[in-house]
Design a protein around this ligand. Sequence first.
Ligand code: FAD
Length: 327
Amino acid sequence: MSEILIFAEIEEGDLHSTAGELIAAGRKISDDTGDSVSVAIIGGNQDLGSKAIALGADKAYIANDNAISEGVADSYLAALHKICLEVEPNVVLSSKTPIGRAVGPRLAYRLGSGIAQDCMDVSADSGSGRVTATRPVYGGNAMAKFTFAEKNPQVIIMRLKAFESAEPDSGRSGDVVELNISLDESDLKTKLVETVKQESEGVRLEDASVIIGMGRGLGGPEPFSQLEDLAKVFNGAVGASRAVCDAGWLDHSYQIGLTGKTVTPDVYITVGISGASQHMAGMSGSKNIVAINRDEDSNMVQSSRFAVIEDYKKVIPALIEEIKNLG
Ligand code: FAD
């Protein structure tokens, strides 16, 4: 049986949150092709293998070598390349994380196969096993479907949060296999000198269930503290449109959209954001959109579940007050 191989990254000793998302994408392909879903855990251990199986994998490969260095794409690439030569997967799935983006294209080049990047959905032909990957094109204004030429593996880089991870099921069974790989020093052209963690307070934007989106309609960086107050009331986080980040009002780590972060909160309250397609590309998975905007014809208002057509200066203080009163 052919395999769908997931490149599962590790973060602070645990599986990265994208591992479950990729396993869910792998399961969808497997439903069409019958291929099994395997996970490559490079620099990991048996425990992480069991976690991957609980998340829906059939098998976990654990590969270790002293030369594997957390955060260094070269070492993951070299290891994943060796695993692919041994396993000969039909498909390789990686995430659009900094490491996943660096490893995927180089892996496809080394194996002489094709790659589809920034994908939001996958399906497969049950007869041929060829995958169709869906990804935004023309700045998010259209979605295109790509298929692969005959050569395997079909390498696919999935956008973050494109799939929802399954709830772990500790009753699932699967194999955890230790692979013997050894990396060549010549494979490693870069080394990690230092890791500097960005200081951040409160909930991470990607994990927040309520997000307050700041747009150019606010006219400058000053209203940010008001939006932060509103976010705190919900134990949420503030995000922004690219216009806000390009103007230097907020750092680009706040940016939501095609060239920013993808978020899927329960509630996304946008303040002075028009709803350009490139912004929508990063937040259209929000379960409820609330728009605060002066323009009732704006795309954001038209796409929202609830809208307040008013100057934000009147709405935000009243909203904070009302929510505090409601407790
Ligand atoms: P505007 O479009 O200027 O909208 C401001 C809104 O505020 C308007 O709807 C207006 O009615 C409203 N408003 C004004 N004053 C008030 C007030 N007092 N009270 C209430 N409402 C008010 N954009 C992203 O966000 N993310 C991306 O990742 C991204 N990637 C891009 C990639 C490419 C290749 C390109 C070409 C563009 C990209 N953009 C992205 C930019 C995008 O096209 C828009 O320019 C941007 O999203 C606009 O931001 P905005 O909605 O904040 O500003």
